[in-house]
Design a protein around this ligand. Structure first.
Ligand SMILES: N[C@@H](CCC(=O)N[C@@H](CS)C(=O)NCC(=O)O)C(=O)O
Length: 227
């Protein structure tokens, strides 16, 4: 289903989606991967509505009404309210589906570490990805923007190495799989280049391979990142 279908169709499907399931607004290979993987892990019903980054649909008036920051992913809850921010969405899904292992139990040392690494990636990596993807938003276009993009890529690589060194193996935490693994695997597919990743991030690569084999997540991984 495409985001820019006729308004009547969208309105009808909105209502249907609202009544029955989550509605995830996103695009393939984007931050929507995390949210879709968490929903799949939870066994939750959801609709995936494409907001095309190639077509800049995240800046369309229709989508800005959903997320005024003009970014995907956004998630409409079955009860109708919208939430955004990938890290928050991971935590919201974990909270609403406590039968999953997306987050360790409240008050445990493992939960503290899962929250720590999710916050690290949200604050230290995701904003730098915007500079890699859209350097012209931060520097005059041309050689200044190109140089900035390269510097930003270096920072993403440095911060992914911090994650690499923190991985217990196969998952980030010795206690097992959490939402932090979904987030880490996604960032390793962006910005840094496959050759560099293969040479420098063996633990994240192994984590991503394990994630891509989880029964619920396997089809989501294939959809967003291929096999
Ligand atoms: N702070 C947001 C960042 C989301 C974000 O940057 N999403 C990217 C796609 S992965 C996007 O929509 N980029 C389009 C743009 O910045 O115009 C989050 O954590 O969800």
């Amino acid at each position: 289903m495409h985001f820019c279908e006729s308004p009547a169709t969208i309105a009808g499907l909105f209502l249907l989606g609202r009544a029955l399931s989550y509605v995830l607004y996103g695009d393939k290979g984007s931050g929507a991967f995390c949210v879709e993987a968490a929903l799949a892990e939870a066994g939750a019903k959801y609709e995936f509505w494409t907001v095309s980054l190639d077509k800049n649909e995240q800046k369309s008036p229709a989508f800005l009404a959903i997320n005024p920051s003009g970014k995907i992913p956004a998630l409409r809850m079955p009860s109708g309210e919208i939430a955004t921010e990938t890290a928050a969405l991971l935590l919201i899904i974990a909270e609403r589906h406590p039968q999953t292992s997306l987050l360790p139990p409240v008050g445990t040392a493992d939960r503290a570490q899962a929250l720590r690494w999710i916050a690290f990636m949200a604050s230290e990596i995701y904003p730098i990805v915007e500079i890699v993807d859209y350097p012209g938003r931060f520097a005059p276009s041309g050689s200044a923007a190109d140089a900035l993009r390269e510097k930003a890529k270096e920072r993403v690589r440095e911060r992914l190495l911090t994650i690499e060194h923190a991985i217990a193996g196969p998952w980030m935490l010795a206690g097992g799989f959490t939402a932090a693994d979904i987030y880490a695997a996604m960032f390793s597919r962006w910005s840094v280049g496959k050759d560099w990743r293969d040479a420098n991030l063996p633990k994240i690569n192994a984590l991503a391979a394990a994630l891509s084999q989880r029964p619920a997540i396997a089809p989501v991984w294939a959809k967003h990142f291929g096999t």
